[in-house]
Design a protein around this ligand. Structure first.
Ligand SMILES: [Zn+2]
Length: 191
């Protein structure tokens, strides 16, 4: 059985008419989370924050990284959430043991070439692969940096607190890196 077939079968068993009450598009708890795509966070981060379906907007990418401080999908999603969907606070949540902190850009380039991606294409489109990937040395530093980028983004209103947190994908513990209400910074204690 392919993965697609098993997903469709699971879905047929999942769907039950009238089992799921309709929910509004706007998050009930008026918050947006920007976090990593790490598989260990799936169905784990939200319950660890006391959040249920319908209560928060969740934006994800590899390493909860922002490359372009003014544009890109993350800023666009947050601006849409704030102005159109009732988001009042933003939570940037990195996690311990993040794969993006260990990525070797040279090894990745070799793997891409081995899988048939032309070295010329890589050199033309992503001449600085490390910068393009946004590889960071520590998830706490990345959370601090992303909070700063969002705080200084002129499209995000100043009355929207931008918090930074660090999550443990093993035991579910959350630490505050930056308190968005007071701007208090606890990064040094977490490095
Ligand atoms: Zn990660």
């Amino acid at each position: 059985m392919t993965k697609l077939e098993s997903i469709i079968i699971a879905n047929r068993n999942f769907v039950r008419p009238d089992a799921f009450p309709p929910l509004p598009k706007s998050p009930k708890k008026q918050l947006a989370i920007f976090t990593c795509m790490d598989t260990r966070l799936v169905d784990f981060l939200e319950p660890a924050m006391g959040l249920k379906r319908g209560e928060a907007k969740v934006i994800k990418n590899a390493g909860n990284i922002i490359i372009d401080p003014m544009g890109g999908g993350v800023i666009r999603s947050l601006v849409a959430g704030i102005f159109m969907l009732g988001v009042e606070e933003v939570y940037v949540i990195g996690h311990r043991d993040c794969g993006m902190a260990e990525l070797d850009a040279d090894a990745l380039k070799e793997d891409m070439i081995a899988r048939g991606i032309s070295p010329d294409v890589i050199d033309i489109h992503v001449p600085d692969l490390k910068q393009w990937l946004g590889i960071f040395s520590h998830p706490v530093e990345n959370v601090e940096r992303v909070v700063k980028i969002l705080r200084h983004n002129p499209l995000i209103p100043k009355d929207v607190p931008i918090h930074g947190l660090l999550f443990c994908p093993n035991d579910g513990h959350l630490d505050v890196v930056v308190n968005g209400y007071t701007q208090e910074n606890f990064a040094e204690q977490l490095l």
